[in-house]
Design a protein around this ligand. Structure first.
Ligand code: NAD
Length: 380
């Protein structure tokens, strides 16, 4: 038996809880019996519903373990509605659960938000004429500074009323995110269209000083990666280009707010939130979570697609393997992904969000049935 991996599991609210319990099933029914990997799950309640019950976003024990002892963190989705039907908020106006979703990114310095945009065979994309051979990129977003750095304010006086969001972009932040993107590209197979290893810097450097600095460091770091093609696009143009020719993109790197927006576009290209996974990655810590939230509109109905959470867990295993130089979690990640790909390719067992287009005649399965099929493939 090798190393023990301590995983902090934070299911959160609504479908977050539902999909995380499916991840645990995959671990208990497939991974634990078959793979020589010692996993310890430490699960803690957290989020908006917990806040409604207790006045806390999570317990001190949960916070201490997650920040100091966990080897990796797996998060479901956060966000609850109160009895008045509105989102539950803290007294400071932030959503209840902010400390978990956003606080961890800041406090653990999780500077890279990584979202693979891969269209799996068997998944409907809204792009006409594009298939699984055309869409396979990773969007890397700077995650700790830029427009979302908490430096906001409002001046409200009798004769003037304005708000501001300070956008700080640093050399350190730009340098490390550029390096992350180049390193990622080094180990990928290039863009679908030409197999060229390419990193595209998406910014607004024709107008904004922060973006000029971001691009300057993209170029500077890039000097150490001669084998990787540097590519550039202004963010507004990129949204158009990504829809016209997604096959051109391999790794895409962007400052915080722009990266946030373009990665949702990426989520749409790959078939929606039910299959969109993400990692928030730092030097020593990382949080893996499906891109979706708590989806109150479908919570409790069994319609939540567990695949986004399962792909996030696969990303977690891959990261653990690289961080601790251990091939077992890397193999586990591949095994989970292969089973998911097979189920999607077959196209028979899927939640309603994927019963579209060519698959609109398929009778929808529920969250549990999809996971059961994935486990069956893993064990088959
Ligand atoms: P959402 O991601 O929860 O849902 C958006 C839409 O996608 C809904 O129609 C939902 O049914 C569908 N959807 C999402 N995940 C799905 C899945 N796995 N399978 C099938 N369909 C799925 O976003 P929202 O409705 O705007 O927000 C709901 C709550 O979640 C809010 O409180 C919001 O603040 C929060 N939120 C949290 C996170 C996070 O925790 N990182 C992210 C986004 C939203």
């Amino acid at each position: 038996m090798g190393r023990t991996y301590n995983i902090a599991v934070l299911p959160g609210d609504g479908i977050g809880r539902e999909v995380i319990s499916e991840v645990r099933r995959v671990m208990e029914e497939a991974v634990n019996p078959a793979v020589n990997i010692d996993l310890e799950f430490h699960e803690f309640e957290c989020g908006g519903e917990y806040y409604l019950k207790t006045g806390l976003e999570w317990t001190e024990e949960a916070e201490v373990f997650t920040k100091n002892e966990a080897d990796a963190i797996l998060l479901g989705g956060i966000g609850a509605r109160g009895p008045d039907g509105r989102s539950v908020r803290r007294p400071d106006g932030n959503l209840a659960g902010y400390s978990v979703v956003i606080g961890l990114r800041q406090e653990l310095d999780l500077y890279a938000n990584v979202r693979p945009v891969k269209l799996f065979e068997g998944v409907p994309t809204p792009l006409a004429g594009k298939g699984s051979n055309d869409i396979d990129m990773v969007i890397v977003r700077e995650n700790t500074e830029g427009l979302y750095f908490p430096a906001h304010g409002r001046i409200k006086e009798p004769d003037r009323d304005f708000a501001f969001d300070l956008r700080i972009i640093t050399a350190k932040g730009s340098e490390r995110i550029a390096r992350y993107a180049y390193e990622l590209a080094k180990n990928r197979n290039g863009a679908p269209v030409d197999k060229v290893k390419r990193v595209t810097c998406v910014d607004k450097s024709n107008l904004l000083a922060g973006c000029q600095l971001f691009r300057e460091y993209f170029n500077k770091v890039g000097e150490n990666y001669k084998e990787i093609t540097k590519d550039y696009a202004y963010v507004d143009a990129w949204t158009l280009l990504a829809i016209r020719k997604p096959e051109y993109y391999d790794v895409v790197v962007a400052p915080n707010a722009f990266g946030d927006i373009i990665s949702d576009l990426g989520g749409a290209l790959m078939g929606g939130l039910g299959v969109a996974a993400s990692g928030n990655i730092g030097e020593e810590h990382a949080v893996f979570e499906p891109v979706h939230g708590s989806a109150p509109d479908i919570a409790g109905t069994g319609q939540a697609n567990p695949i986004a959470a399962l792909l996030s867990a696969a990303m977690m295993f891959e990261w653990l393997g690289k961080r601790f130089n251990d091939n077992v979690p890397v193999k586990t990640a591949g095994w989970i992904r292969d089973a998911i790909e097979e189920v999607l390719r077959e196209g028979k067992i899927r939640t309603p969000d994927l019963c579209l287009g060519k698959w609109s005649e398929v009778k929808p399965s529920n969250t549990h049935q999809v996971t059961t099929e994935i486990i069956r493939k893993m064990m088959g």
